[in-house]
Design a protein around this ligand. Structure first.
Ligand SMILES: C[S@@+](CC[C@H](N)C(=O)[O-])C[C@H]1O[C@@H](n2cnc3c(N)ncnc32)[C@H](O)[C@@H]1O
Ligand code: SF4
Length: 394
């Protein structure tokens, strides 16, 4: 997203996130709020999502706002009955106007049974699919514990291209023992199948996952940091040459293909969250609230049935904290943090949050750029973002 120094800040948007927490099996690297259940009572679950949506409309959250994006995430939302997707979208449209170019994304696993439902999701209103491919290598897919093979991944991408206007898929790289040559070849292959967006994640070993246990036993050896960094650089080079530069640390798009929903988070916009473990950020009675729903599916379901919502915590967030969150999120973006958006999200000016005296040494070190209207982490800065933030916010 190249923008001139004096361009107007882009709108932050207003999003709706819907979390479907179920998966056919648990992948050993994954610490998302995902659960394997033999069966779920679909009618009961549909009612609960609709009830939580009604609750938020009833207490006036987002009154006067226009929904710019909806994201069905998981877990595996492609396991959701398309009728449930349609019912949630219909109810949301009754409560809030949808922007004419509203982006409605559903995360999908490439298993053939799920790909067969893509047309029905499109019929329900979904106009963007995000597919968890992870790799096109059969042995790697097995080692990642995936419930699909490479042929299914390719067929799912083709089915997505037919069903919706826009699609993306995810790959995981910097896997143990992965060579630069192998990753370059896999990326080139991926580019022949890509739509307007690709998410490319380096493998992280998350606490309390199967992979964390394997690392502790010495059965899995994560790629050393310097080798990971080299693959990250290689990724940037290949993707830039292909016309899909990173607009966020792990996300690449053709111009205009960026995920509008994720941009709501990165630009510190407001969003509602439905379902187990969903987060939300919105203003209520003039206070900025950070909401976290109950994570356990049954606990959320029972809470919604008895209280109308599944919130576990709703924490008021002060101005300084909001500004820090806006920097943490916004510096992930290649466009950086807009002073105007920082003020809208926190009430504070860029100079109040980051006095020039604090950013100058980081600018001199080539990690940061400051213009009259934005603060931008350079490519080198984004590669060491945690350390950069620690120095900026010290
Ligand atoms: C909510 S998850 C998965 C969506 C969908 N259930 C699937 O597996 O295809 C979104 C993405 O996060 C990425 N991811 C999850 N855990 C990861 C990890 N430990 N390291 C790197 N990427 C990870 C995967 O690429 C995954 O597709
Ligand atoms: S990676 Fe996707 S399919 Fe695997 S457990 Fe996590 S959410 Fe479920």
């Amino acid at each position: 997203m190249p923008v001139s120094a004096e361009a107007k800040a882009p709108a932050r948007g207003f999003g709706l996130y819907v979390h479907w927490p179920f998966c056919v099996s648990k992948c050993p690297y994954c610490d998302f709020n995902s659960h394997v259940r033999e069966r779920v009572d679909e009618a009961r679950w549909t009612q609960a999502y609709l009830a939580e949506l009604d609750h938020y409309a009833g207490i006036g959250i987002g009154r006067g706002e226009t929904i710019t994006s909806v994201f069905f995430g998981g877990g595996t939302p492609s396991l959701m009955p398309p009728e449930t997707t349609a019912a949630i979208l219909e109810a949301a449209r009754r409560h809030w106007p949808f922007a004419p170019d509203v982006e409605i994304t559903l995360e999908a696993n490439p298993n053939s049974a799920e790909a067969a439902k893509f047309a029905a999701f499109a019929q329900a209103g979904v106009n963007r699919l995000s597919i968890g491919v992870q790799s096109f290598d059969e042995a790697v897919l097995r080692s990642l514990g995936r419930a699909h093979d490479a042929g299914e991944a390719r067929r799912a991408i083709e089915a997505a291209a037919k069903a919706v206007q826009r699609y993306s898929f995810d790959l995981i790289y910097a896997r143990p023992e992965q060579s630069a040559e192998a990753w370059r070849a896999e990326l080139r292959d991926a580019l022949t199948l890509a739509g307007d967006h690709l998410s490319l994640y380096t493998l992280t070993i998350e606490p309390n996952t199967g992979f964390a246990g394997a690392v502790a036993r010495g059965a899995l050896k994560p790629m050393p940091d310097d080798a990971q960094a080299a693959l990250y650089d290689l990724t940037q080079e290949v993707m830039e040459r292909a016309g899909m530069p990173a607009y966020e640390i792990s996300n690449h798009a053709k111009p205009g293909g960026e995920s509008r929903h994720n941009l709501v988070y990165w630009r510190s916009g407001e969003y509602l969250g439905l379902g187990p473990g969903a987060h939300a950020r919105f203003t209520r009675g003039g206070t900025w609230s950070a909401v976290q729903n109950r994570r356990k599916p049954e606990a959320w379901l029972e809470a919604v049935e008895s209280e109308g919502h599944g919130r576990e915590t709703e924490t008021p967030v002060g101005r300084r904290e909001r500004a820090e969150e806006a920097l943490m999120m916004g510096l992930r973006l290649s466009e950086g943090v807009w002073a105007e958006n920082l003020r809208a999200a926190s009430g504070l000016s860029l100079d109040e949050v980051v006095p020039p005296a604090r950013s100058v040494p980081l600018e001199q070190a080539g990690l940061l750029t400051r213009t009259s209207d934005r603060l931008i982490a350079t490519k080198d800065g984004r590669a060491v973002l945690d350390g950069l933030l620690a120095r900026l916010l010290a």
